[in-house]
Design a protein around this ligand. Structure first.
Ligand SMILES: *Cc1c(COP(=O)(O)O)cnc(C)c1O
Length: 433
Protein backbone atom coordinates (compact mmCIF):
# COMPACT_ATOMS: atom_id res chain seq x y z
CA UNK A 1 0.00 0.00 0.00
CA UNK A 2 3.01 2.28 -0.36
CA UNK A 3 4.37 3.76 -3.54
CA UNK A 4 7.16 1.21 -3.52
CA UNK A 5 9.92 3.54 -2.34
CA UNK A 6 10.29 1.75 0.98
CA UNK A 7 14.08 1.81 0.72
CA UNK A 8 14.14 5.47 1.76
CA UNK A 9 13.60 6.43 5.37
CA UNK A 10 12.28 9.90 4.38
CA UNK A 11 8.62 9.82 5.57
CA UNK A 12 7.67 12.31 2.85
CA UNK A 13 8.81 9.89 0.17
CA UNK A 14 7.41 6.86 1.99
CA UNK A 15 3.92 8.35 2.33
CA UNK A 16 1.64 6.43 -0.04
CA UNK A 17 0.04 8.37 -2.88
CA UNK A 18 -3.61 9.34 -2.68
CA UNK A 19 -4.80 7.07 -5.50
CA UNK A 20 -2.97 4.14 -3.95
CA UNK A 21 -4.69 4.69 -0.61
CA UNK A 22 -8.07 5.20 -2.26
CA UNK A 23 -7.71 1.81 -3.92
CA UNK A 24 -8.23 0.18 -0.51
CA UNK A 25 -11.59 -1.65 -0.88
CA UNK A 26 -12.91 -0.20 2.40
CA UNK A 27 -12.23 3.32 1.19
CA UNK A 28 -13.68 2.55 -2.25
CA UNK A 29 -16.89 1.50 -0.51
CA UNK A 30 -16.78 4.57 1.69
CA UNK A 31 -16.70 6.77 -1.42
CA UNK A 32 -20.04 5.21 -2.41
CA UNK A 33 -21.47 5.92 1.03
CA UNK A 34 -19.97 9.33 1.82
CA UNK A 35 -18.79 10.87 -1.43
CA UNK A 36 -15.28 11.54 -2.69
CA UNK A 37 -14.60 14.79 -0.84
CA UNK A 38 -15.07 13.40 2.66
CA UNK A 39 -12.97 10.31 1.99
CA UNK A 40 -10.19 12.26 0.25
CA UNK A 41 -10.13 14.65 3.15
CA UNK A 42 -9.62 11.79 5.62
CA UNK A 43 -6.88 10.35 3.37
CA UNK A 44 -5.10 13.72 3.20
CA UNK A 45 -5.13 14.01 6.99
CA UNK A 46 -3.75 10.48 7.38
CA UNK A 47 -1.02 11.22 4.83
CA UNK A 48 -0.08 14.30 6.82
CA UNK A 49 0.17 12.22 9.98
CA UNK A 50 2.49 9.89 8.08
CA UNK A 51 4.65 12.77 6.85
CA UNK A 52 4.80 14.07 10.42
CA UNK A 53 6.13 10.68 11.46
CA UNK A 54 3.09 9.95 13.67
CA UNK A 55 2.05 6.79 11.80
CA UNK A 56 3.92 4.46 9.51
CA UNK A 57 3.07 4.30 5.78
CA UNK A 58 1.28 0.97 5.98
CA UNK A 59 -1.26 2.46 8.41
CA UNK A 60 -2.36 5.39 6.25
CA UNK A 61 -5.41 3.60 4.84
CA UNK A 62 -6.39 2.22 8.27
CA UNK A 63 -6.06 5.66 9.84
CA UNK A 64 -8.09 7.34 7.10
CA UNK A 65 -10.77 4.66 7.36
CA UNK A 66 -10.99 4.96 11.15
CA UNK A 67 -11.38 8.74 10.88
CA UNK A 68 -14.37 8.60 8.51
CA UNK A 69 -17.67 9.94 9.82
CA UNK A 70 -20.65 7.58 10.09
CA UNK A 71 -22.57 9.54 7.47
CA UNK A 72 -22.12 12.42 5.05
CA UNK A 73 -23.25 15.00 7.56
CA UNK A 74 -21.36 17.20 9.96
CA UNK A 75 -23.98 16.29 12.58
CA UNK A 76 -22.53 13.93 15.10
CA UNK A 77 -24.37 11.31 17.11
CA UNK A 78 -24.71 12.31 20.77
CA UNK A 79 -25.51 9.98 23.65
CA UNK A 80 -27.75 11.94 25.98
CA UNK A 81 -26.56 11.41 29.56
CA UNK A 82 -27.86 14.79 30.74
CA UNK A 83 -30.96 13.35 32.42
CA UNK A 84 -33.06 15.77 30.35
CA UNK A 85 -35.43 13.69 28.27
CA UNK A 86 -36.35 16.27 25.63
CA UNK A 87 -33.15 18.27 25.17
CA UNK A 88 -33.58 21.15 22.74
CA UNK A 89 -29.87 21.43 21.94
CA UNK A 90 -29.71 17.70 21.23
CA UNK A 91 -32.54 17.74 18.70
CA UNK A 92 -35.39 17.08 21.16
CA UNK A 93 -37.02 13.65 20.78
CA UNK A 94 -34.94 10.69 19.57
CA UNK A 95 -37.08 8.71 17.13
CA UNK A 96 -38.41 5.22 17.78
CA UNK A 97 -37.07 2.27 15.79
CA UNK A 98 -40.46 2.16 14.07
CA UNK A 99 -40.08 5.79 12.97
CA UNK A 100 -36.51 5.20 11.76
CA UNK A 101 -37.70 2.29 9.61
CA UNK A 102 -40.51 4.43 8.21
CA UNK A 103 -37.94 7.06 7.26
CA UNK A 104 -36.11 4.50 5.16
CA UNK A 105 -39.29 3.69 3.24
CA UNK A 106 -40.17 7.36 2.81
CA UNK A 107 -36.66 8.28 1.70
CA UNK A 108 -37.31 6.84 -1.74
CA UNK A 109 -40.28 7.59 -3.97
CA UNK A 110 -43.51 6.77 -2.13
CA UNK A 111 -47.28 7.04 -2.46
CA UNK A 112 -47.41 10.08 -0.17
CA UNK A 113 -49.82 11.79 -2.57
CA UNK A 114 -50.97 8.97 -4.81
CA UNK A 115 -53.86 6.56 -4.35
CA UNK A 116 -52.36 3.32 -5.63
CA UNK A 117 -55.80 1.65 -5.85
CA UNK A 118 -57.15 4.17 -8.38
CA UNK A 119 -53.91 5.56 -9.77
CA UNK A 120 -55.17 9.07 -9.03
CA UNK A 121 -53.84 11.81 -6.81
CA UNK A 122 -54.53 10.92 -3.18
CA UNK A 123 -54.78 12.91 0.04
CA UNK A 124 -51.27 13.84 1.19
CA UNK A 125 -50.09 12.06 4.33
CA UNK A 126 -53.44 10.38 4.97
CA UNK A 127 -51.78 7.69 7.12
CA UNK A 128 -50.33 10.19 9.59
CA UNK A 129 -53.64 12.03 9.84
CA UNK A 130 -55.59 8.81 10.38
CA UNK A 131 -53.18 7.71 13.10
CA UNK A 132 -53.45 11.08 14.83
CA UNK A 133 -57.24 11.09 14.60
CA UNK A 134 -57.33 7.56 16.05
CA UNK A 135 -55.06 8.63 18.93
CA UNK A 136 -57.25 11.65 19.75
CA UNK A 137 -60.87 10.70 18.94
CA UNK A 138 -62.06 13.98 20.50
CA UNK A 139 -60.63 15.84 17.49
CA UNK A 140 -63.07 16.25 14.60
CA UNK A 141 -60.21 17.24 12.31
CA UNK A 142 -56.41 17.08 12.37
CA UNK A 143 -53.70 18.82 10.39
CA UNK A 144 -49.90 18.65 10.57
CA UNK A 145 -47.53 21.56 9.90
CA UNK A 146 -43.81 22.15 10.31
CA UNK A 147 -43.65 22.85 14.04
CA UNK A 148 -45.63 24.22 16.96
CA UNK A 149 -44.79 27.79 16.00
CA UNK A 150 -46.12 27.20 12.48
CA UNK A 151 -49.38 25.89 13.93
CA UNK A 152 -49.81 29.11 15.92
CA UNK A 153 -48.88 31.28 12.96
CA UNK A 154 -51.40 29.50 10.74
CA UNK A 155 -54.33 29.79 13.12
CA UNK A 156 -53.47 33.44 13.86
CA UNK A 157 -53.31 34.16 10.13
CA UNK A 158 -56.62 32.46 9.37
CA UNK A 159 -58.68 33.62 12.36
CA UNK A 160 -57.08 36.86 13.47
CA UNK A 161 -55.33 38.66 10.62
CA UNK A 162 -56.19 42.34 11.13
CA UNK A 163 -58.12 41.33 14.24
CA UNK A 164 -57.36 40.66 17.91
CA UNK A 165 -56.13 37.66 19.84
CA UNK A 166 -57.14 37.86 23.49
CA UNK A 167 -54.42 36.36 25.68
CA UNK A 168 -53.38 36.51 29.34
CA UNK A 169 -50.33 38.68 30.02
CA UNK A 170 -48.77 35.86 32.05
CA UNK A 171 -48.88 33.56 29.00
CA UNK A 172 -46.85 35.68 26.58
CA UNK A 173 -44.02 33.19 26.40
CA UNK A 174 -40.53 33.37 24.93
CA UNK A 175 -39.99 29.84 23.58
CA UNK A 176 -36.23 29.89 23.16
CA UNK A 177 -33.39 31.27 21.07
CA UNK A 178 -35.01 34.72 21.39
CA UNK A 179 -38.29 33.73 19.70
CA UNK A 180 -41.42 35.07 21.36
CA UNK A 181 -44.97 33.86 20.80
CA UNK A 182 -46.50 37.38 20.86
CA UNK A 183 -44.07 38.58 18.16
CA UNK A 184 -44.80 35.48 16.10
CA UNK A 185 -48.54 36.19 16.24
CA UNK A 186 -48.06 39.84 15.32
CA UNK A 187 -45.80 38.89 12.43
CA UNK A 188 -48.81 37.44 10.56
CA UNK A 189 -50.88 40.57 11.10
CA UNK A 190 -52.77 39.77 14.29
CA UNK A 191 -53.04 42.26 17.15
CA UNK A 192 -52.65 41.12 20.72
CA UNK A 193 -55.15 42.10 23.35
CA UNK A 194 -53.42 41.34 26.65
CA UNK A 195 -55.56 40.72 29.69
CA UNK A 196 -54.78 40.42 33.40
CA UNK A 197 -51.42 40.97 35.06
CA UNK A 198 -48.24 38.89 35.08
CA UNK A 199 -49.46 36.74 37.95
CA UNK A 200 -53.25 36.92 37.84
CA UNK A 201 -56.07 36.90 35.33
CA UNK A 202 -59.82 36.39 35.83
CA UNK A 203 -62.67 35.39 33.56
CA UNK A 204 -64.04 38.98 33.77
CA UNK A 205 -60.80 40.24 32.21
CA UNK A 206 -61.41 38.08 29.17
CA UNK A 207 -65.10 39.02 29.02
CA UNK A 208 -64.23 42.73 29.08
CA UNK A 209 -61.69 42.35 26.28
CA UNK A 210 -63.80 40.29 23.89
CA UNK A 211 -65.61 42.26 21.20
CA UNK A 212 -66.29 42.45 17.48
CA UNK A 213 -62.54 42.67 16.82
CA UNK A 214 -61.77 39.37 18.54
CA UNK A 215 -60.47 36.57 16.32
CA UNK A 216 -60.00 34.06 19.11
CA UNK A 217 -58.98 33.59 22.71
CA UNK A 218 -55.53 32.02 23.09
CA UNK A 219 -54.44 29.93 26.03
CA UNK A 220 -50.68 29.22 26.09
CA UNK A 221 -49.15 26.59 28.34
CA UNK A 222 -46.14 28.02 30.19
CA UNK A 223 -43.99 25.06 29.20
CA UNK A 224 -40.59 26.40 30.25
CA UNK A 225 -41.29 28.42 33.40
CA UNK A 226 -43.56 28.50 36.42
CA UNK A 227 -45.14 31.39 38.30
CA UNK A 228 -45.73 30.53 41.92
CA UNK A 229 -47.37 32.30 44.83
CA UNK A 230 -50.30 34.69 44.43
CA UNK A 231 -51.50 33.50 41.04
CA UNK A 232 -54.69 32.72 39.18
CA UNK A 233 -55.45 31.62 35.65
CA UNK A 234 -58.65 30.81 33.80
CA UNK A 235 -59.03 27.26 32.55
CA UNK A 236 -60.10 26.19 29.08
CA UNK A 237 -63.52 24.97 30.31
CA UNK A 238 -64.38 28.48 31.57
CA UNK A 239 -63.06 30.19 28.43
CA UNK A 240 -65.09 27.78 26.30
CA UNK A 241 -68.29 29.31 27.74
CA UNK A 242 -67.51 32.66 26.09
CA UNK A 243 -68.88 31.86 22.64
CA UNK A 244 -65.65 32.73 20.85
CA UNK A 245 -63.12 30.24 19.44
CA UNK A 246 -60.62 29.08 22.07
CA UNK A 247 -57.21 27.99 20.80
CA UNK A 248 -55.05 26.14 23.33
CA UNK A 249 -51.31 25.91 22.67
CA UNK A 250 -50.45 22.97 24.94
CA UNK A 251 -46.81 22.93 23.83
CA UNK A 252 -45.57 19.45 24.58
CA UNK A 253 -47.71 17.24 22.35
CA UNK A 254 -48.95 14.96 25.10
CA UNK A 255 -52.03 13.37 23.53
CA UNK A 256 -53.55 11.86 26.69
CA UNK A 257 -53.10 12.61 30.40
CA UNK A 258 -49.88 11.19 31.87
CA UNK A 259 -49.80 9.93 35.48
CA UNK A 260 -46.22 11.12 36.08
CA UNK A 261 -46.98 14.62 34.78
CA UNK A 262 -50.28 15.59 36.39
CA UNK A 263 -49.92 19.32 35.59
CA UNK A 264 -49.03 18.86 31.94
CA UNK A 265 -51.98 19.58 29.63
CA UNK A 266 -52.89 16.97 27.00
CA UNK A 267 -54.81 17.22 23.76
CA UNK A 268 -57.69 14.89 24.69
CA UNK A 269 -58.51 16.53 28.00
CA UNK A 270 -58.15 20.03 26.54
CA UNK A 271 -60.56 19.26 23.69
CA UNK A 272 -63.03 17.66 26.07
CA UNK A 273 -62.85 20.82 28.18
CA UNK A 274 -64.15 22.68 25.14
CA UNK A 275 -61.13 24.05 23.24
CA UNK A 276 -61.97 24.74 19.60
CA UNK A 277 -58.44 23.91 18.51
CA UNK A 278 -55.35 22.48 20.20
CA UNK A 279 -51.86 23.17 18.85
CA UNK A 280 -48.73 21.30 19.95
CA UNK A 281 -45.27 20.13 18.94
CA UNK A 282 -44.74 16.60 17.64
CA UNK A 283 -41.16 16.30 18.88
CA UNK A 284 -41.54 16.97 22.59
CA UNK A 285 -43.50 14.56 24.78
CA UNK A 286 -45.15 12.81 21.84
CA UNK A 287 -41.63 11.67 20.96
CA UNK A 288 -41.91 12.01 17.19
CA UNK A 289 -40.30 14.10 14.45
CA UNK A 290 -40.33 17.89 14.50
CA UNK A 291 -43.82 18.99 13.45
CA UNK A 292 -46.81 20.98 14.63
CA UNK A 293 -50.11 19.31 15.42
CA UNK A 294 -53.48 21.02 14.99
CA UNK A 295 -56.43 19.12 16.39
CA UNK A 296 -60.04 20.14 16.88
CA UNK A 297 -63.14 21.48 15.18
CA UNK A 298 -63.50 19.80 11.80
CA UNK A 299 -64.69 22.86 9.85
CA UNK A 300 -61.96 25.06 11.31
CA UNK A 301 -59.25 22.49 10.58
CA UNK A 302 -60.48 22.26 7.00
CA UNK A 303 -60.26 26.06 6.67
CA UNK A 304 -56.71 26.00 8.07
CA UNK A 305 -55.71 23.21 5.71
CA UNK A 306 -57.04 24.97 2.60
CA UNK A 307 -55.60 28.43 3.41
CA UNK A 308 -52.80 29.55 1.01
CA UNK A 309 -50.38 30.07 3.93
CA UNK A 310 -50.76 26.37 4.87
CA UNK A 311 -48.75 25.48 1.76
CA UNK A 312 -45.74 27.36 3.16
CA UNK A 313 -45.89 25.35 6.39
CA UNK A 314 -46.35 21.94 4.76
CA UNK A 315 -44.41 18.98 6.14
CA UNK A 316 -42.39 16.66 3.96
CA UNK A 317 -42.89 12.94 3.39
CA UNK A 318 -40.17 12.06 5.91
CA UNK A 319 -41.99 13.85 8.70
CA UNK A 320 -45.33 12.31 7.77
CA UNK A 321 -43.86 8.81 7.71
CA UNK A 322 -42.02 9.23 11.01
CA UNK A 323 -45.06 10.77 12.72
CA UNK A 324 -47.36 7.97 11.60
CA UNK A 325 -44.90 5.30 12.76
CA UNK A 326 -44.41 7.09 16.09
CA UNK A 327 -48.16 6.99 16.65
CA UNK A 328 -48.74 3.43 15.42
CA UNK A 329 -45.53 1.77 16.61
CA UNK A 330 -44.31 0.75 20.05
CA UNK A 331 -43.66 3.33 22.76
CA UNK A 332 -41.04 5.85 21.49
CA UNK A 333 -37.91 6.56 23.61
CA UNK A 334 -39.39 9.69 25.24
CA UNK A 335 -42.41 7.75 26.50
CA UNK A 336 -40.17 4.85 27.54
CA UNK A 337 -38.02 7.24 29.61
CA UNK A 338 -41.13 8.67 31.26
CA UNK A 339 -42.35 5.17 32.12
CA UNK A 340 -39.01 3.74 33.28
CA UNK A 341 -39.24 2.44 36.84
CA UNK A 342 -36.74 3.43 39.49
CA UNK A 343 -35.44 -0.17 39.55
CA UNK A 344 -34.85 -0.13 35.78
CA UNK A 345 -32.88 3.09 36.01
CA UNK A 346 -30.85 1.88 38.99
CA UNK A 347 -30.04 -1.37 37.20
CA UNK A 348 -28.95 0.58 34.09
CA UNK A 349 -26.65 2.79 36.16
CA UNK A 350 -25.19 -0.22 37.98
CA UNK A 351 -24.54 -2.04 34.71
CA UNK A 352 -22.73 1.03 33.37
CA UNK A 353 -20.66 1.52 36.52
CA UNK A 354 -19.75 -2.19 36.74
CA UNK A 355 -18.24 -2.06 33.25
CA UNK A 356 -16.26 1.08 34.01
CA UNK A 357 -14.61 -0.22 37.18
CA UNK A 358 -13.12 1.72 40.09
CA UNK A 359 -13.31 5.16 38.54
CA UNK A 360 -17.13 5.10 38.48
CA UNK A 361 -19.72 5.12 41.24
CA UNK A 362 -23.50 4.95 41.18
CA UNK A 363 -25.34 7.94 42.63
CA UNK A 364 -28.92 9.14 42.98
CA UNK A 365 -29.84 11.79 40.42
CA UNK A 366 -32.74 13.94 39.34
CA UNK A 367 -33.72 14.35 35.72
CA UNK A 368 -36.25 16.53 33.94
CA UNK A 369 -38.61 16.46 30.97
CA UNK A 370 -36.79 19.47 29.52
CA UNK A 371 -37.77 22.50 27.44
CA UNK A 372 -40.56 20.33 26.12
CA UNK A 373 -42.69 20.54 29.20
CA UNK A 374 -43.33 20.00 32.90
CA UNK A 375 -41.22 22.92 34.19
CA UNK A 376 -40.05 22.47 37.76
CA UNK A 377 -40.83 18.74 37.85
CA UNK A 378 -37.86 16.61 38.95
CA UNK A 379 -37.92 13.00 37.81
CA UNK A 380 -36.15 10.51 40.10
CA UNK A 381 -33.19 9.02 38.35
CA UNK A 382 -29.77 7.39 38.76
CA UNK A 383 -26.39 8.39 37.43
CA UNK A 384 -22.80 7.22 37.23
CA UNK A 385 -20.28 9.70 38.65
CA UNK A 386 -16.86 10.07 37.02
CA UNK A 387 -14.05 12.58 37.64
CA UNK A 388 -14.82 15.90 35.96
CA UNK A 389 -11.82 15.54 33.60
CA UNK A 390 -13.84 13.04 31.56
CA UNK A 391 -16.34 15.68 30.49
CA UNK A 392 -14.37 17.24 27.66
CA UNK A 393 -12.99 14.15 25.93
CA UNK A 394 -16.43 12.52 26.14
CA UNK A 395 -18.09 15.62 24.68
CA UNK A 396 -15.65 15.83 21.76
CA UNK A 397 -15.58 12.08 21.01
CA UNK A 398 -17.59 10.26 18.35
CA UNK A 399 -20.24 9.45 19.34
CA UNK A 400 -20.19 12.36 21.76
CA UNK A 401 -21.39 11.74 25.31
CA UNK A 402 -22.94 14.68 27.15
CA UNK A 403 -23.41 14.48 30.90
CA UNK A 404 -23.82 17.04 33.69
CA UNK A 405 -20.85 18.59 35.49
CA UNK A 406 -21.61 19.35 39.09
CA UNK A 407 -19.56 19.56 42.29
CA UNK A 408 -16.31 18.53 40.58
CA UNK A 409 -17.87 15.42 39.08
CA UNK A 410 -19.24 14.38 35.74
CA UNK A 411 -22.65 12.76 36.19
CA UNK A 412 -23.82 10.43 33.44
CA UNK A 413 -27.56 10.28 34.09
CA UNK A 414 -29.23 7.17 32.65
CA UNK A 415 -32.79 8.54 32.44
CA UNK A 416 -32.59 9.66 28.81
CA UNK A 417 -30.20 6.91 27.69
CA UNK A 418 -31.60 3.95 25.80
CA UNK A 419 -30.62 0.49 27.05
CA UNK A 420 -28.65 0.00 23.83
CA UNK A 421 -26.71 3.21 24.52
CA UNK A 422 -25.07 1.79 27.66
CA UNK A 423 -22.46 -0.23 25.74
CA UNK A 424 -21.67 2.77 23.56
CA UNK A 425 -21.12 4.94 26.64
CA UNK A 426 -18.84 2.25 28.08
CA UNK A 427 -16.77 2.22 24.87
CA UNK A 428 -16.60 6.02 24.83
CA UNK A 429 -15.40 6.22 28.45
CA UNK A 430 -12.79 3.52 27.83
CA UNK A 431 -11.44 5.49 24.89
CA UNK A 432 -10.76 8.35 27.33
CA UNK A 433 -8.79 6.16 29.74
C1 LIG B 1 -42.33 24.45 22.27
C2 LIG B 1 -43.48 25.35 22.30
C3 LIG B 1 -43.86 26.09 21.17
C4 LIG B 1 -43.09 26.04 19.89
O1 LIG B 1 -43.17 24.80 19.29
P1 LIG B 1 -42.06 24.40 18.19
O2 LIG B 1 -42.46 23.02 17.79
O3 LIG B 1 -40.75 24.48 18.88
O4 LIG B 1 -42.17 25.39 17.10
C5 LIG B 1 -44.97 26.89 21.27
N1 LIG B 1 -45.67 26.98 22.41
C6 LIG B 1 -45.34 26.28 23.52
C7 LIG B 1 -46.17 26.43 24.75
C8 LIG B 1 -44.23 25.45 23.50
O5 LIG B 1 -43.90 24.75 24.59
Amino acid sequence: MTDGSTDTPDPRRATPRTDAVLADPRLEQAVQRLGTDIVKDAVRRAQQQCRDGLISPEYVADTAYAALPAAATGMRRVLNATGIIVHTNLGRAPLSDAARLALEVAAGTTDVELDLATGRRGPRGAGAREALAAAVPEAGGVHVVNNGAAALALVACVLAQGREIVVARGELVEIGDGFRIPELLESVGARLREVGTTNRVRLEDYVAAIGDQTGFVLKVHPSNFRIEGFTSTVDVASLAQLDIPVVADIGSGLLRAHPRLPDEPDASTTLRAGATLVTASGDKLLGGPQCGLMLGDRALVERLRRHPFARALRVDKLTLAALEATLRGPRPPVAAALHASDATLQERAERLAAELGEVASVVRSGGAVGGGGAPGVTLDSWAVALPEQYAEPLRTGDPAVIGRVTGGQLLLDVLALADDDVELVVDAVRRCQ
